[in-house]
Design a protein around this ligand. Structure first.
Ligand SMILES: Nc1ncnc2c1ncn2[C@@H]1O[C@H](COP(=O)(O)OP(=O)(O)OP(=O)(O)O)[C@@H](O)[C@H]1O
Ligand SMILES: [Mg+2]
Length: 329
């Protein structure tokens, strides 16, 4: 399977009792990119990461990190990856600095090296002011940042971030995004899990959507958006009285039903063939109908996510339906 991908997984499986938590996951993550794994609660995101990070043994399939097998070469793999969440049980009575120094020492740094690393990382993560405070006084956002800082002491080339921004306020989330971008600009590869669609949209070069242990879609966020239904055309006539004429023209030229907005000022129609829009515009001009607005809207990643995974908790029945919906049209 040897490849120069940061992550190359094929058919990964993890079974807990009779629950196939991860059920044949394939992943290919190019080095130097951000890869998003998107899925609802219980989809198998954390379990997948734990297998890739050698914290959990796969029950089937295999995975390589920079060409090293996670089972046969676990020692090497461990030197190549950093995982956040791993250090969740830090010492609450120690300060942020002391915690980081401790991790540095555990990784084999000398005391002065560990101290310097701690100071640099706290600076980088905007925690300098809080550095001396015991951890028990840290807010959730500060903890999350300290957690990420701890996983970066060794500067691993591949960083797993398991829901790095869950529960953070918008400003702290944005800071975290900046930190992640900085890491990647510095050559790191990041695999992050998230339930936030905008996060995957903002950060990830490619995204895998997983649900009930399976990858139901994979691609760039644009590809995922266009895999779900078509774009829609929105039109607003300058004179609302023309709305009905616009609707008739749209239905005749584009051959699709048009929906009038609740406030009866604009109109939306699925756009299967962008070429026909030119014809439509010509018809409108010839009918002396002026437009105040014309836009083309791709489905949001939210719509993609809902279409691919459905809502909330799954039953065997809905799961089967979803898999049908999720398969490429
Ligand atoms: N150690 C374990 N023992 C038994 N079942 C487990 C264990 N870890 C996870 N599971 C189950 O495996 C499934 C996948 O869990 P996982 O934590 O990977 O989901 P997730 O996608 O990370 O969800 P979340 O968004 O809630 O973090 C769930 O049904 C969960 O209950
Ligand atoms: Mg999880």
């Amino acid at each position: 399977m040897t490849s120069n991908l940061a992550v190359h997984a094929e058919g990964l499986v993890k079974v807990f009792g009779d629950n196939r938590a991860v059920d044949g996951v394939d992943l290919r993550v190019a080095a130097g990119t951000v890869y998003g794994v998107l899925g609802p609660n219980g989809a198998g995101k954390t379990t997948t990461i734990r297998m890739l990070a050698t914290l959990l043994r796969p029950d089937g399939g295999r995975a390589e990190i920079f060409g090293h097998d996670v089972e046969r070469e676990a020692q090497i793999v461990r030197q190549l990856v950093g995982v956040t969440g791993q250090y969740a049980s830090v010492d609450e009575t120690l300060s942020a600095t002391e915690n980081l120094v401790l991790f540095g020492r555990l990784l084999g740094l000398s005391r002065p090296e560990a101290r310097k690393k701690a100071v640099d990382l706290l600076e980088e993560f905007g925690l300098t002011d809080a550095a001396k405070r015991p951890l028990k006084n840290f807010s959730g956002g500060m903890r999350r940042r300290l957690d990420l800082a701890a996983s970066l002491i060794a500067r691993p080339p591949l960083i797993f971030l398991d829901e790095p921004t869950t529960g953070l306020d918008p400003r702290t989330r944005a800071q975290m995004w900046d930190t992640i971008r900085t890491l990647v600009a510095g050559g790191s590869t990041v695999l992050l899990t998230t339930q936030y669609l905008d996060e995957a949209d903002q950060l990830a070069d490619r995204i895998a959507v997983i649900d009930t242990g399976k990858v139901v879609a994979e691609g760039t966020s644009d590809e995922l958006k266009s895999s779900v239904g078509t774009s829609s055309l929105q039109l607003r006539p300058a004179d609302a009285a023309d709305l009905d004429d616009v609707r008739i023209a749209v239905e005749r030229v584009l051959g699709v039903p048009a929906t009038v907005s609740p406030e009866a000022t604009r109109l939306t129609a699925p756009m299967q063939n962008p070429d026909l829009v030119t014809d439509l515009l010509v018809v409108l001009r010839e009918s002396d109908i002026r437009l105040a607005e014309l836009s083309v809207q791709k489905p949001t990643l939210d719509e993609v996510f809902l279409t691919l995974t459905g809502h909330g908790v799954s039953t065997a029945d809905t799961r089967e339906e979803r898999e049908l919906e999720g398969s490429p049209a």
